[in-house]
Design a protein around this ligand. Structure first.
Ligand SMILES: [Zn+2]
Length: 292
């Protein structure tokens, strides 16, 4: 009887999945690639939501209470919404600095780091621009970090995670070649965007983000700035206005009407728009919409 119990215990330990909470859809997709059937993933937000202001479902608290690992974007992207959820879950395993806590921004080279921060700059991203997932070249590094963390928490499956990472890396490198090739034709293009969501993507491919519809990060458009934008677009012959899915679209279309520039809607994460449900589809949509 005792032996049977030990056998059952061993079997249940072997088959137990790591419970992972992912702040954003791209984190879920990457974790799925590496963890596959060894992980059970809870997603805290949706791809078409404003990532700065997620309104999490209360039912997520129970999931967070049982999570072995929490993976965040970091660089304060979750600063406006995650703390109350973590406080309610009260799970020491996934608190900041615990073994089961991973902030991806710690492993990224952040851009747009402000030289000095004050209120006149709007709701600025004080640690730098947190939207690094927009550069498809960051994906392999993020997958590597996630594979190392899964291995740390579940060393018995280290070889499995390593193998999945290597396979993912090889496949993604091929995709990068095709993204890079396609984007080459658009180098030097000038665009306007709503919020500085797409900077990492645009810089990767040598596209200039001339100005934003927001006068300051996180501040709604005003008529003075909108009129300035109309002049800038005419003067610099800007053809494209990049609109995200969650801000109002009226200002972009108003500017387009006055200038002849074209408004295109872009996804900022996996699942933000129809047909962007995988990492590959997400970046393919970005590439094909910006550089057609
Ligand atoms: Zn932002």
């Amino acid at each position: 009887m005792k032996i049977l119990f030990i056998l059952l215990l061993a079997a249940s330990t072997l088959s137990a999945k790591l419970n992972v909470a992912a702040a954003y859809p791209y984190i879920k997709e990457l974790t799925k690639e590496i963890g596959q059937d060894k992980v059970a993933i809870t997603l805290l937000s949706q791809g078409n939501w404003d990532p700065h202001f997620v309104v999490p479902k209360p039912s997520l608290i129970a999931h967070l209470r049982n999570s072995d690992l929490l993976i965040l974007n970091g660089a304060s992207l979750e600063a406006g919404w995650l703390s109350p959820l973590l406080d309610s879950a009260n799970n020491p395993n996934i608190q900041e600095n615990a073994k089961g806590y991973l902030e991806l921004s710690d492993y990224m080279d952040l851009q747009d780091i402000p030289k000095n921060v004050n209120r006149s700059m709007g709701h600025v991203h004080a640690e730098g621009n947190p939207h690094f997932i927009l550069d498809p070249h960051n994906v392999i590094k993020l997958a590597k970090v996630i594979s190392l963390k899964l291995s740390l928490l579940d060393p018995a499956n280290q070889g499995f995670y390593q193998k999945n990472f290597e396979a993912f890396k090889a496949a993604w490198e091929k995709k990068l070649v095709s993204f890079d090739k396609k984007m080459e034709a658009c180098r030097g293009m000038n665009v306007i965007q709503y919020h500085e969501l797409f900077n990492y993507f645009l810089r990767r491919y040598g596209i200039n983000s001339v100005d934003n519809i927001e006068p300051l990060a996180g501040v709604s458009p005003n008529s003075k700035h909108t009129l300035e934008l109309i002049n800038t677009i005419k003067r610099k012959n800007i053809k494209l206005i990049l609109q995200d899915v969650y801000h109002e679209h009226r200002t972009a279309h108003f500017i387009a009407d006055k200038t002849g520039a074209k408004v295109v809607q872009l996804p900022h994460d996996v699942g933000a728009m129809k047909g962007t449900g995988t990492l590959e589809a997400f970046y393919t949509t970005l590439v094909n919409t910006v550089c057609r």
